[in-house]
Design a protein around this ligand. Structure first.
Ligand SMILES: [Zn+2]
Ligand SMILES: [Zn+2]
Length: 104
C-alpha cells in the first residue's frame, strides 16, 4: 500500500487529495469549499477568482450604473419620440405617398 504524506507535513499521513492541484494533504491543510476538500493554497487562489464576480455584479447594481442606464434609456426614448413626432406630420400631408406615386 502506497501511503501518501501531506505536502506540508511530511510526517503526517494524507487524508485528502486536493482536486485542484492533485496533491495530498492532511486534515489540517485542507478546507471544505463548495463541498470539496481543497488545500489552503488553492482555496486562496479560488477565493481571489470568486471575489472578482461580486465586484462586477456590484458595479452593475450600483446606483450610478442604474442612473446611467436610466439616462441612456431616457435619451433613447426622447430621440425616438422626436422622430416619431416628425414622421406622422409628413404622412398626414401626403407628400410621401404623392412622391411615391408620381415617380412610378
Ligand atoms: Zn490544491
Ligand atoms: Zn498538512
Amino acid at each position: 500500500m502506497l501511503q501518501h504524506r501531506c505536502l506540508n507535513h511530511s510526517a503526517r499521513e494524507a487524508v485528502a487529495r486536493c482536486p485542484e492541484c492533485r496533491r495530498y494533504f492532511c486534515r489540517e491543510c485542507v478546507t471544505e469549499h463548495d463541498g470539496r476538500a481543497i488545500c489552503s493554497a488553492c482555496l486562496a487562489r479560488l477565493s481571489r477568482v470568486t471575489e472578482r464576480q461580486p465586484l462586477l455584479l456590484g458595479w452593475l447594481t450600483t446606483p450610478m450604473a442604474v442612473a446611467l442606464g436610466l439616462t441612456v434609456a431616457w435619451l433613447f426614448f426622447y430621440g425616438v419620440g422626436r422622430v416619431l413626432v416628425k414622421i406622422p406630420a409628413e404622412w398626414h400631408e401626403g407628400t410621401v405617398w404623392e412622391k411615391l406615386g408620381t415617380d412610378g
